[in-house]
Design a protein around this ligand. Structure first.
Ligand code: 13P
Ligand code: SF4
Length: 328
């Protein structure tokens, strides 16, 4: 029988995923940018930091990571004794791709008096070359703990780095990477949308360029944007980040309206992360069934990368909460 003909469908597929989850003692972790049907069956849904914390603390034998590869790599770095599967190994990230380890190593060597404060959206090799990792929810807290006279390289996201640099009046050498998803929002279309909804605040992720962030009433991580959605007093919010997060907002706040910020063509489809979208329920089922595709990291490299991640977990501790319990 072919792979396709053996594939359960509909409720049978959900039942099989649930059966395998129990049989394997697996935890399903999902990022807010995952498809709604994956968010709905995950054990935890969260931002990059929350999911790293979950991965470090879980007592499951298997982590099925529904996110992108650098996130699943992070789970393996922090929990090497566990089997970590990623439903689609091609789920990469444009920020990771923008920062080849050999070029980053050369950049560091050219600036020996700088420390490397590095966004978690990078390869394990780049983490191993870094001093402290940050996520968008922990970056501000961590930056404020670094002495004012310490010179800093920030990579690979020049928009997050630029936002931090402006907000804290802190000069940093920025690596020139961007997120293709957040880069695709259009200022012209956003301002047109704002004219149609003058009372709606704008919440933006700091991976957006300044042309978007400068119009935002709130700038923060996915979990921060979700918190803002729950707390702002109005009834309509414009959301400038990957639109699958709107699923959590609509579930938690059915009485409010959430509008995805537009791309240049006037709709927000170009802002769906093509990498996150590679994961499907069918691929998750296969990953739990076969325990493949599996993340493997060479031990010496893992230990080097773990140092910068441990520094993040220490410096960020107590500042952020856990992920949301999935709606299972
Ligand atoms: P956060 O969930 O940490 O805000 O990150 C967003 C992102 O781009 C993940 O790839
Ligand atoms: Fe990478 Fe952007 Fe996709 Fe996040 S949304 S995984 S930063 S490409």
């Amino acid at each position: 029988m072919s792979e396709v003909s053996k594939m359960p469908v509909g409720d049978d597929l959900l039942a099989e995923i649930n059966r395998l989850r129990k049989e394997r003692n697996a935890v399903i972790l999902a990022h807010y940018y995952q498809r709604p049907e994956i968010q709905d069956l995950a054990d935890y849904v969260g931002d990059s930091l929350q999911l790293s914390q979950m991965a470090a603390e879980t007592d499951a034998d298997v982590i099925a990571f529904c996110g992108v590869k650098f996130m699943a790599d992070t789970a393996k770095i922090l929990s090497p004794e566990k089997i970590v599967v990623l439903p689609d190994m091609d789920a990469g990230c444009s920020l990771e791709d923008s920062c080849p380890p050999d070029k980053f190593a050369a950049f560091r060597e050219a600036h020996p008096d700088h420390i490397a404060l590095t966004y978690i959206n990078c390869s394990t090799e780049v983490k191993a070359l870094s001093d402290v990792i940050v996520t968008s929810s922990s970056a501000e807290t961590i930056l404020q703990q670094i002495p004012a006279d310490q010179k800093i390289i920030f990579g690979p996201d020049r928009h997050l780095g630029g936002y931090l640099s402006r907000k804290f009046d802190r000069e940093m050498l920025l690596w020139p990477g961007v997120c293709i998803v957040h880069e695709a929002f259009s200022e012209t279309e956003l301002l047109k949308l704002k004219e149609e909804h003058p009372d709606a605040p704008i919440a933006a992720h700091p991976e957006c360029p300044p042309t978007i962030v400068d119009h935002a009433d709130y700038v923060g991580s996915t979990s921060g944007i979700l918190k803002f959605a729950k707390e702002f007093p109005g009834d309509t919010l414009i959301v400038a980040t990957e639109p699958h997060i709107i699923h959590q907002m609509e579930k938690a706040l059915p009485e409010k309206t959430f509008i995805g910020a537009p791309g240049a063509d006037g709709n927000c489809n170009c802002n769906i992360c093509p990498y996150m979208a590679l994961n499907t329920l069918e691929k998750l089922y296969i990953a739990l069934r076969d325990l493949e595709p599996r993340i493997e990291i060479e031990e010496e490299l893992r230990l080097k990368a773990k140092k910068s991640l441990d520094a993040m977990l220490d410096m960020a501790s107590g500042t952020v909460g856990k992920g949301d319990l999935g709606a299972r």
